[in-house]
Every structure is written in C-alpha cells, then in structure tokens.
Write a protein that binds this ligand. Structure first.
Ligand code: B16
Ligand code: MG
Length: 215
C-alpha cells in the first residue's frame, strides 16, 4: 500500500445507486417497444455505455433498428433518466463513502472519477461531491468503453501518477477487467461471486477507511 498514490472511483453503483434510475428509464422505453425487460436483464447493463445498453435491450426483444432511430431512443431514455436523477441529494451517497473519501485525503492520496456515464458531472453536482476529486474522467472524455482501460489510464495521466500506483473501485465486472487491463489494483464493490477477478471485494464502504485497507 506504500506505493499507492491515487484512488479512482467508478460512479454508478460505487458512490451512488443510480442503477435503479437507469433501470426505470430503460424499463419505460422497453415497455414502449413491447420488450419484456426484467431486473435480472438490467444486471447486463451495469458499467456498459448508453448505446451498448440499448443494443442489449433490442437484442432481448429481437428487434433491429437503424442508427437514427436508435439515437432517438437513447436520447429519449436519457431525458427520462435525467428527470429521475434531478431529485438526487447528498442523502443518496452510499453509506461510508464520505468518511472513506476523507480518510484518503488525510493520507495525501489523490482522488479521480472514472465513469462511463455522460451524466457524471450532473450527478456529482447533485451529490455535492465534486470538490473531493482531483480529476474527473467520464463518458464525455473517452472513446473506448470498459473493459478497455482508457477511462482509468486517462485518470492516472491527469493525476500524474503511474497505473501501478492506482487502486480502482468498481461494481461491474467490465470495470474490474478495465482496471486490471490498465495495470491497476481492482477492488470490487458488491459480491465475490460476480466480481471474481478483483484483488479484493467489499460489500460497501461502511466502516472502511483507507488506513485499514489490506491488499
Ligand atoms: P449515461 P459507471 C455507467 O456508469 C452505468 O453503470 C451504466 O449503467 C450506464 O449505461 C453508463 O454509465 C452510461 O451512462 O447514459 O448516463 O451516459 O458505472 O461507469 O459510473
Ligand atoms: Mg458502475
């Protein structure tokens, strides 16, 4: 742990549970398209880009559409999603996150965001979390989706640290793969059964401080 200089956080599913709002908005769209989209299907969308998520839903419904129609549908889903997350407040930050962020800062470790979401800025603003971050890399700044390591490597570069000096916190297998592909340590937030390749898996940040992390 002595060589660790930065921590990079995924957003959805790690700092805040926005997955439920993604689900509500995709479910609404699926209903309009007469596709039966379940909460189990929603697991496949975690950490995946907006367009790839739509592709998965269309695949479930066995529907093929042209790019213009797909763009329209993705925009429609996003408008609903933005409406849902407009109600987010700091009370929606997941338990233990603030204490953990403060313990990182107290150790002189830098903090970055590495999220696929193009709505990251809006979410961080609503949660009043922006000031904790020394670098924010999100879906508006990357061209390659996780498991490509681009989002995390850009974070390391912006913080001026080496990938091997970074720990990534992720809730999606694609994100764990991205961290490992980038030569970083990966800590999963969630279940060991799903996040099999992570160096460590924690159920969440309750009672976790940087000083007590054992890797
Ligand atoms: P948006 P993360 C990801 O965020 C979500 O997990 C994923 O479900 C979503 O489709 C993706 O962001 C794109 O989000 O439509 O807001 O651009 O987990 O990488 O923080
Ligand atoms: Mg996530």
């Amino acid at each position: 742990m002595d060589n660790i200089k930065a921590i990079i956080f995924d957003l959805d599913g790690v700092l805040v549970n926005t997955a439920k709002y993604h689900y509500l908005a995709w479910k609404r769209l699926a209903k309009e398209l007469n596709i039966d989209f379940t909460i189990e299907d929603n697991e496949r969308l975690k950490g995946v880009s907006r367009m790839k998520s739509l592709d998965i839903i269309l695949e479930i419904g066995n529907i093929t559409l042209d790019d213009d129609t797909k763009n329209e549908l993705a925009q429609k889903k996003n408008a609903w999603y933005v409406e849902y997350i407009s109600k987010l407040t700091p009370a929606d930050i997941l338990p233990g996150v603030i204490v953990f962020l403060k313990s990182i800062k107290a150790n002189g470790i830098k903090i970055a965001l590495g999220s696929a979401s193009k709505n990251s800025m809006l979410i961080l603003t609503k949660l009043k979390l922006k000031d904790y971050f020394d670098a924010i890399i999100d879906g508006t700044k990357v061209s390659k989706a996780k498991p490509d390591p681009e989002v995390f490597l850009k974070g390391a570069l912006e913080l001026n640290v080496l990938p091997c000096q970074c720990i990534v916190f992720e809730d999606a297998q694609a994100g764990i793969d991205a961290a490992i592909n980038g030569g970083m340590l990966a800590i999963g937030i969630g279940s060991k059964d799903i996040l099999k390749k992570a160096n460590l898996v924690l159920p969440g940040f309750s009672n976790i401080i940087f000083d007590n992390l054992e890797l």
